[in-house]
Design a protein around this ligand. Structure first.
Ligand code: SME
Length: 165
């Protein structure tokens, strides 16, 4: 049984070092993309303070993201590329940190409690395969350290899940 350890870190880079180490252990030896997405979202949701949603959307068909494993309230199932924060991150092929979702044109409200959001695209061989999406009820919850840390989490997920995506 895997037990997530409480992370006592003095700064965010140290926090993400420990989180990445735990995730590598959690995914070790497993390549199923859905199982790994489920465990990755559970570990994120359990260890990162101040979240109300953490999970995956996958590009199942060109131009449309479809909801994957997540933690939090039930969410919108399909998001067109270019729409919302998730669709914008896919279209731009880059992470997006949104300090205030009310100030982001086209933001899609899945949970009315969300105030800030971080979306990291999952990229393999130059192609976006999905996104990892984190929501917080606190405005300005995510900064560049979070972006860099969650990008590393996405890379660990992608490396472990290579056979199934
Ligand atoms: N807010 C996202 C939609 C997904 S939910 O936050 C889970 C967006 O604007 O793309």
């Amino acid at each position: 049984m895997f037990a997530a350890r409480t992370i006592e870190a003095s700064d965010k880079p140290a926090f993400y070092d420990e989180l990445c180490s735990q995730l590598s252990g959690l995914l070790h030896g497993e390549s199923d993309a859905i199982a790994n997405a489920a465990n990755t979202s559970a570990l994120i949701f359990q260890t990162l303070p101040g979240l109300n949603w953490a999970g995956f959307y996958f590009l199942k068909e060109p131009g449309e993201l479809v909801l994957g494993p997540f933690q939090g309230k039930p969410a919108c199932v399909r998001i067109a590329v270019g729409r919302g924060v998730c669709g914008a991150a896919v279209a731009r092929k880059e992470p997006l940190v949104v300090e205030d979702v009310y100030a982001f044109p086209g933001h899609i409200f899945c949970d009315g409690d969300s105030r800030s959001e971080l979306v990291v695209p999952l990229i393999r061989d130059g192609a976006v395969l999905g996104v990892l999406d984190l929501d917080s009820p606190t405005t300005g919850r995510f900064d560049n350290d979070d972006r860099a840390g969650i990008e590393r989490i996405g890379q660990i997920y992608m490396a472990a899940s290579s056979s199934a995506l």
